[in-house]
Design a protein around this ligand. Structure first.
Ligand code: SF4
Length: 186
């Protein structure tokens, strides 16, 4: 049986327990780092390198297509629908994962987005199920059960841990409380 699975990876810490879980089940995992949503480029590079470090430690190959990092394309895709932006962000990343999975004849695909307790889990699962089928089936699993393991291991290994989800909007939401304050205010 062909057990190859293409795993969309959003960042290093989110991938640790997911890769281990899939390997324990007998899957031959290949990672795919594809996140044109991440802002700014320096943040993208840190997350990419974290992903590659985890891949190396866990003995998997990771596909990275830096030439597809396209912040303008992402911002166009979510313009005027910022309040529902996550749906489009998930869809963009999963669609590309499916196309790579089909081209590489992977029988299965899934995403580390299903690991995060901060994401809209049911929406990601629905999208994956809708996109799967035919030559590449969506592997659904509630990877959130590995949350603690991912945090602990990423700290132990010194893998870069991000402070906000990824896009410029999430960065604004993360730090907007600092507007109007100065260092002197504490
Ligand atoms: S908040 Fe996160 S999931 Fe939502 S659009 Fe921004 S980067 Fe994508």
């Amino acid at each position: 049986m062909d057990t190859r699975i293409l795993l969309h990876i959003c960042c290093g810490p989110c991938s640790i327990s997911v890769i281990r879980r899939l390997q324990d089940q007998g899957y031959a995992v290949t990672g795919f780092f594809h996140n044109p949503n991440i802002h700014p480029l320096s943040e993208y590079l840190k997350r990419r390198d974290g992903c590659l470090e985890v891949a190396e430690r866990l003995g998997i190959k990771a596909i990275v297509k830096d030439e597809e990092y396209d912040p303008k394309g992402f911002l166009r895709a979510v313009a005027w629908r910022e309040d529902n932006r996550c749906f489009h962000c998930y869809a963009m990343r999963l669609e590309r994962t499916v196309s790579i999975a089909k081209r590489g004849r992977f029988p299965f695909f899934t995403s580390t987005l299903l690991y995060s307790k901060m994401q809209k889990h049911d929406e990601i699962a629905r999208l994956g199920k809708d996109m799967g089928g035919g030559k590449t089936a969506f592997h659904y699993e509630d990877f959130r059960t590995g949350w603690k393991e991912g945090i602990e291991t990423s700290k132990e290994w010194g893998i870069y841990r991000q402070q906000y989800c990824g896009c410029i909007h999430s960065e604004f939401e993360r730090y907007k409380g600092q507007l109007g304050k100065t260092e002197k205010d504490g």
